[in-house]
Write a protein that binds this ligand. Sequence first.
Ligand code: NAP
Length: 482
Amino acid sequence: MPHQILLLFGATGDLAQRMLLPSLFGLDSDGLLPDGLTILGTARSTLDDTGFRAEAQSALNKYVDADRLKPELVERFLARLHYVPVDSTRPGDFAALADKVRELGRLSAIFLSTAPSLFEPTIAGLDATGLAGDGVRLALEKPLGHDLASSREINDAVAAVFPEDRTFRIDHYLGKETVQNLLALRFGNLLFEPLWNSTGIDHVQITVSETVGLEGRVGFYEGTGALRDMVQNHMLQLLALVAMEPPAEFAATAIRDEKVKVLRSLRRIDRETAASCTVIGQYGAGAVSGKAVPGYVDELEKPSETETFVAIKAHIDNWRWKGVPFYLRTGKRLPSRQSEITIQFKDVPHSMFAKRGAILQPNTLIIRLQPEENIRLLLMAKQPGLDRDGIRLREVPLDLGHNALADGRRRIAYERLLLDLLAGDPTLFVRRDEVEAQWEWIDAIRDGWTANGMTPRRYGAGSWGPSAAIALTERDGVSWHD
Ligand code: NAP
């Protein structure tokens, strides 16, 4: 049997250096890569195998903990790497790539870690040189378009060559251990599911906050904005996992069917409701972690109406979630970097402790994905004592820290996804109908902003966004979980 090949486009880029090569090294170190797997890198840079191995070595030195870089493991990993230069916009370059593939073995999977504008010419080049057939799988990085129409165009170009069951759309949040743990928590326990609806849950919050500003992503971020960069993909995927019905099995079709039902049940936020259900902001100068930072337009060096912050009050119009708001919030230059889902349960119907002076807090489940991965359930418990001055109850956390469960190092989300790609398991990848349902919802919001002449409100860097974002929840008697 010829050796399997993983073909990596954009092999010299940031994502490859920071995430993909370190992930592949991690898998190789643990003996998890298929025997003889060859990783064939490509980009425009004129490197040979030796040059690419040198680049990969410096990426590992930079992004992998030194104590894991055992020389024999590094050497074994680097020996898997090969390189052939290809400019994806030049159809003639693909012949040399095809020759190299034939020389090395059997193409198993292709990972496009390049700008989406290169997807179409790359796929055409692969197709023309016979590199797209024989069960070859294709993994694509976000962003898959900037609206429904452009997303369909990309999906059509992909579908013309790679059938859906061989198309692996990446949302790296799905590779996170805690995101999968959310499924374990919901569907591996009896405790939560009976309450996981409008009877038991008051509201849900999803926050993805960043402390960084533009960070060299000027070309991409300007004109994209927070809604399309974060909400369209990661946050709607999280929302779908929180809200979906129990799938029949942990399998691609069962899980993705349930997610897409949720995405299609999202109440449209449109011209009528955009102004009352969304808040957009753009950071001005301020201070983050005690350090003065410039505003967005100062970093950009030109005026801009791109939103660096968005808060949304969403609803899912189905039986389970009737009347339960899902508050979503994401932004740059916020006070802390955190990705978190907060499930706020309802008050107990009656407090038998009220006349004894005890105040009850409703239960809260906090699923934290970043910076640390952690699940915490806040419960009321009795403070030890003889209660002579009344009963004292206290909110105490029940922690399901990652460390309590892990039997090894914490893995990069891409490790799981790369392994699933090589094994051909699409469960944790996003199906076309999901992406398109996501875009449909996002496009209506953007249309609502335009129709209402909504432009971003300024917020100081280092704050939690415009004050209107606080008002968005406070109107409902809800505070953001900071
Ligand atoms: P990047 O650093 O700009 O890398 C782009 C890669 O594409 C480089 O290897 C570049 O190498 C290659 N390339 C550029 N033009 C090419 C051409 N005409 N033909 C062939 N190769 C070409 O970008 P990135 O940050 O790695 O991101 C890659 C993709 O992942 C993008 O779609 C991005 O949106 C997405 N993504 C990135 C991150 C992240 O953390 N970086 C996170 C999520 C998603 P040469 O210049 O040598 O050709």
